[in-house]
Design a protein around this ligand. Structure first.
Ligand SMILES: *Cc1c(COP(=O)(O)O)cnc(C)c1O
Length: 468
C-alpha cells in the first residue's frame, strides 16, 4: 500500500491500531513524552455531541474537562457551525493590518465591550491565549514607555500559574518543568508564591492566609523597587495549576496593593472568562476590576482558535492618544471566521442564560455534589468555583498527608476515569473538572457518580499495592 492511498482512506476504514501506528510515526503531541506515548498508543477521539465524546472504539466518554477548558457550549452546536460555514462562504479571510478590517471583527469587538466590565471598551485580537499574553507583555511595557517610565519592565506572576506556552507565556507561567527547557523565563519576569491554602496555609484561617498571600506581592514590589514594576498578572482561579480557588480576601487585597504602587493589574481570563465562574469574567466573581484581561478558549467554545486582550481605558487611552504605531500584531488578528463563530457563541451563551445558570443553578449544585464527595476516605479537600472543581487526593485524611509524588496516584485515578467513560484531569494528585456550561443537573449527577466509582477503584488499587 502506498502512502497516498493510506492517507486517502476515510476515517471509518482505519482501525484504532492503524490510527495509532500512523500517529506514532508522524505526530508529535503537545506536553507529551513521545516515546512513552508511542509505546502505549494514543486514544483517538472521533466524534462529539453535547457533553459526550466517542473514541475510535465506539466508547462513549463524559467530557468533564470541556475539551481543554474551552468547549463551554458543548459539542455539535448548530448555530456555531452555521456561522462558520456562512463566513467561510462569504469571506474566509481578510486581515486588519492595511487600514482594513471585516464586519465580524468589528461586531465582535463591539459585543465584547458590552459583556466586559464598563472600563473595557477596546480589544486586541490574537488566535490563542499564549499570543494574548505575549501581547500583554509588549503592551504593558509599551504603556510605561509612553508614560516616560521605561524602567518599569518587570511583570510579577506566580509559581504554578499557567499563562501559555510561547516564550513570554511560559515565562509568565510558573511551571518549573517548562522553565527548565529552552532558557526560560525571559528577563523581567518575577514569580511569587501562589494562594494555595491546602499546600501553604494549613492551620491558618483561610481569609488570613489570603491576605498573607497578597502581602507576598507587596514584599516583592518593595524588594524590586516599585519604579521597576510594570504589572502583576494572575488567573482569578488557577486552572492548569489544579483549580486553586483563592480565599475571598486575596484579589481585593491584590488590587489595593497594585493601586498603592501604581502597578497595572492583569487578569488572565483564558479559562475563567465567558461564564465559567458564574459571571462573564472571573475577576467579577473575585470582586475586582483589572486594567487588562487576556481571553481565548471559551470565547469561541474552542470550535476555532481565537484569543486576545481586553484593554481597559487607562491603557487604551495612553496607547490611542499618545502611543503612535503599536508595532505588534498577528496575521490572524481578528480572523473573520473565528470572530463570526465567537459572535454566535456569545449569542448562544446569552440566549440560553448560561452565565446565570452557572451562578444560580449548576454551580451551586456542583458545590453540593463535591461536598458529598469530600467524605470519601481518599479526599483531603474539595474546592469549586462556578463550574470548575478540584478534588485533592490524600493518603491520610485526618492529617492531610499527601502521597509520594513518585507514586503518581493522580494518574492512577485518571486511568480509572478513562476506563469508565469519564475525562477528569490529574494535576499531581489533584483531580479536576470543568464540564461544559450546558451540563444539566442530571448529567452532573452522572458525572459525580462516575467520579465516586473511580475514587473507589483507585482506593481499592492503592490498597492492593499496599500504598495506604
Ligand atoms: C490555556 C491557557 C493559556 C494559553 O492559551 P493557548 O490558547 O493554549 O495558547 C493562557 N492562560 C491560561 C489561564 C490558560 O488556561
Amino acid at each position: 500500500m502506498t502512502a497516498a492511498t493510506a492517507s486517502a482512506a476515510p476515517a471509518a476504514q482505519r482501525t484504532t491500531a492503524e490510527w495509532q501506528a500512523a500517529d506514532a510515526a508522524h505526530h508529535l503531541h503537545p506536553f507529551t513524552d513521545f516515546k512513552a506515548l508511542a509505546g502505549r498508543g494514543t486514544r483517538v477521539i472521533t466524534r462529539g455531541d453535547g457533553i459526550y465524546l466517542w473514541d475510535s472504539e465506539g466508547q462513549r466518554i463524559l467530557d468533564a474537562m470541556s475539551g481543554l477548558w474551552c468547549v463551554n457550549v458543548g459539542y455539535g452546536q448548530r448555530a456555531l457551525i452555521d456561522a462558520a460555514t456562512r463566513q467561510l462562504e462569504t469571506l474566509p479571510f481578510y486581515n486588519s493590518f492595511f487600514q482594513t478590517t471585516t464586519p465580524p471583527a468589528i461586531q465582535l469587538a463591539e459585543r465584547l465591550a458590552e459583556v466586559a466590565p464598563p472600563s473595557f471598551q477596546h480589544v486586541f485580537f490574537s488566535s490563542s491565549g499564549s499570543e494574548g499574553n505575549d501581547t500583554i507583555v509588549r503592551m504593558v511595557r509599551r504603556y510605561w514607555d509612553i508614560q516616560g517610565q521605561p524602567n518599569r519592565q518587570v511583570i510579577i506572576s506566580r509559581l504554578n500559574a499557567y499563562h501559555g506556552s510561547t516564550m513570554a507565556g511560559a515565562s509568565l507561567g510558573g511551571m518549573s518543568g517548562m522553565h527548565a527547557q529552552g532558557g526560560l523565563p525571559i528577563p523581567g519576569i518575577s514569580h511569587i508564591e501562589q494562594p494555595f491554602w491546602f499546600q501553604l496555609g494549613q492551620g491558618m484561617d483561610r481569609e488570613d492566609f489570603g491576605r498573607r498571600a497578597a502581602a507576598w506581592l507587596e514584599a516583592r514590589i518593595v524588594q524590586l523597587g516599585a519604579d521597576k514594576v510594570a504589572a502583576f498578572i494572575g488567573e482569578p482561579v488557577q486552572g492548569a495549576g489544579g483549580v486553586i480557588v483563592p480565599p475571598a480576601s486575596y484579589w481585593p487585597e491584590i488590587r489595593r496593593i497594585c493601586d498603592k504602587y501604581g502597578i497595572l493589574l492583569v487578569s488572565d481570563e483564558v479559562i475563567c472568562g465567558f461564564g465559567r465562574t458564574g459571571r462573564w469574567f472571573g475577576c467579577e466573581t473575585m470582586g475586582v476590576t483589572p486594567d487588562l484581561m487576556t481571553f481565548a478558549k471559551g470565547v469561541t467554545s474552542g470550535y476555532v482558535p481565537l484569543g486576545g486582550v481586553m484593554v481597559g481605558e487607562r491603557v487604551a487611552r495612553a496607547l490611542i492618544d499618545e502611543g503612535g504605531e503599536f508595532q505588534h500584531g498577528y496575521t490572524y488578528s481578528g480572523h473573520p471566521v473565528a470572530c463570526a463563530v465567537a459572535l454566535a457563541n456569545l449569542e448562544l451563551i446569552r440566549g440560553e442564560g448560561l452565565v446565570e445558570r452557572v451562578r444560580e443553578d449548576t454551580g451551586p449544585y456542583l458545590a453540593r455534589l463535591f461536598d458529598e464527595l469530600s467524605a470519601h476516605p481518599l479526599v483531603g479537600e474539595v474546592q469549586t468555583c462556578g463550574l470548575m472543581g478540584a478534588i485533592q487526593l490524600v493518603r491520610d485524611k485526618a492529617s492531610s498527608t499527601v502521597f509520594d509524588p513518585e507514586q503518581s496516584v493522580g494518574m492512577l485515578c485518571r486511568a480509572h476515569c478513562f476506563e469508565n467513560g469519564l475525562i477528569m484531569r490529574a494535576v499531581g494528585d489533584r483531580m479536576i473538572v470543568a464540564p461544559p456550561l450546558v451540563i444539566t443537573r442530571a448529567q452532573l449527577d452522572e458525572m459525580a457518580g462516575l467520579i465516586r466509582l473511580c475514587l473507589d477503584k483507585t482506593l481499592a488499587e492503592l490498597g492492593q499495592r499496599g500504598w495506604l
